[in-house]
Design a protein around this ligand. Structure first.
Ligand SMILES: Cc1ncc(COP(=O)(O)O)c(C=O)c1O
Length: 402
């Protein structure tokens, strides 16, 4: 497959995926891969789940696009489902994670403006954060690597150390329109927030009149067990942003807004042509139906313990290779010793039939489909064990496989 016509902004692996089924992807040479990254935390129900495929097919025969000039049933029903299940009040739909965060940033500033506080514009974010690639979300992203060469950045963004609630207290003031945080930071290497940190964030937002935004784009939609990540922490934000797994593979983003901010955006303030299109909304509704039908929350709790136990086993068996284990729910990372570049290990694992991702801190990132079986965990463990054994035996990391 030639990539000559594609812009070179991705470092794609040299395989061509032609089919997906459950926890497996298949390439054009018939090779089967156990997918433990699921499109980067997208295919929570695995690939081509029959209920999702059926919902897409049916909706595509009925109504594909109507625009936001009119009402249509899938967006209205999905909004109802999400606000009911979250306890928040309203939903706004868009097409991606970064777009959901853009909406949240604009909502926070407009809310302050409407309340007669036009000076309240600061978006406070965390060190280690990743919120997306468009300018507002990028400005709220801590890692300078993503910003290099793209300046100037929009103004009005500040950072506070992740999980340091004393520093958060010091860095908060009445210029803060919103504090945005990932309950589990994904890109920087899978770092869960502490309950104390999120509770302090809630307290300070209330005290200073700012909005608390949880970016659940990677860690939400059941990845931590409950539908919303915040439900695992017991801290309720004013705004939740979602995308990735919401429609199990179709492009959709969402911003859920609590009562305090529902009037911030008025007609004409914000919009997007495709936001809340019928087909992705129908897929997202099917996703929620599957969750309910199989009690996915309880299922994930069981698989989390099984997978964590296996990762712990590996960390103990290969102390020279593995420097740390982090995670929550089915979002986990193994930090590798700096001697072994994570990209090489990802390649070796792929060549052993296991797809995983990488993340900051030289970490392997795991975000498997939530419907994985215990046998799938065993299969992943075997591939990891085999590759780590080779590394420990001193084989060069770049030529592990074969
Ligand atoms: C926490 C978080 N926020 C935002 C985004 C951006 O989402 P998208 O790639 O859909 O724009 C991502 C993507 O990885 C993410 O992990």
């Amino acid at each position: 497959m030639s990539d000559d016509a594609l812009l070179a902004n991705y470092n794609r692996a040299p395989i061509t995926i032609v089919r997906g089924e459950g926890c497996y992807l298949f390439d054009d040479e018939g090779r089967r891969y156990l997918d433990f990254i699921a499109g980067i935390a997208v295919c929570a129900l695995g690939h081509c789940h029959p209920w999702i495929s059926q919902a897409i097919a049916e909706q595509s025969r009925t109504l594909v696009h109507a625009s936001n000039l009119y009402h249509h049933e899938p967006a209205g029903t999905l909004a109802h489902e999400l606000v009911t299940r979250s306890g928040l009040s309203r939903a706004f739909f868009c097409n991606s994670g970064t777009e959901a965060n853009e909406a949240a940033i604009k909502l926070a500033r407009k809310r302050a403006f409407r309340k007669g506080e036009p000076e309240r514009t600061t978006i406070l974010a965390c060190t280690g954060s990743f919120h997306g690639r468009t300018y507002g979300s990028l400005a709220a992203t801590a890692n300078d690597h993503y910003k290099e060469g793209f300046g100037p950045m929009p103004e009005g963004f500040a950072f506070t150390p992740f999980n340091d609630f004393m520093a958060l207290d010091k860095n908060f003031n009445s210029s803060v329109a919103a504090f945005i945080v990932e309950p589990v930071q994904g890109e920087s290497g899978v770092h869960p927030a502490s309950v104390e940190f999120l509770a302090m964030a809630r307290h300070l937002c209330d005290k200073h009149g700012a909005l608390l935004i949880f970016d659940e784009i990677q860690c939400g939609m059941g990845r931590l067990g409950p539908l919303f990540a915040f439900q695992r922490f017991g801290v309720t934000p004013d705004v939740v942003t979602m995308a990735k797994a919401l429609a199990n593979g179709l492009p959709i983003g969402a911003m859920l807004v609590g009562q305090d901010a529902i009037d911030a955006l008025q007609p004409g303030d914000h919009g997007t042509t495709f936001g809340g299109s019928p087909v992705p909304c129908a897929a997202a509704l099917a996703h929620l139906r599957v969750r309910d039908a199989i009690d996915l929350e309880s299922y994930v709790a069981i698989r989390e313990v099984q997978f964590m136990a296996r990762l712990t086993d590996l960390a103990l068996a290969f102390p020279n290779v593995i420097a740390g284990l982090r995670g929550m729910g089915l979002l986990c990372a193994l930090a590798l010793n700096e001697k072994y570049p994570v990209a090489d290990v990802v390649t070796a694992l792929r060549e052993h039939g296991l797809l995983v991702g990488s993340a900051g801190g030289n970490s392997l990132r795991f975000a498997p489909p939530l419907i994985l079986s215990e046998e799938n965990i065993d299969e992943a463990y075997e591939a990891l064990y085999e590759v780590f054994s080779r590394i420990q035996e001193g084989k060069p990391a770049a030529a592990l496989a074969g």
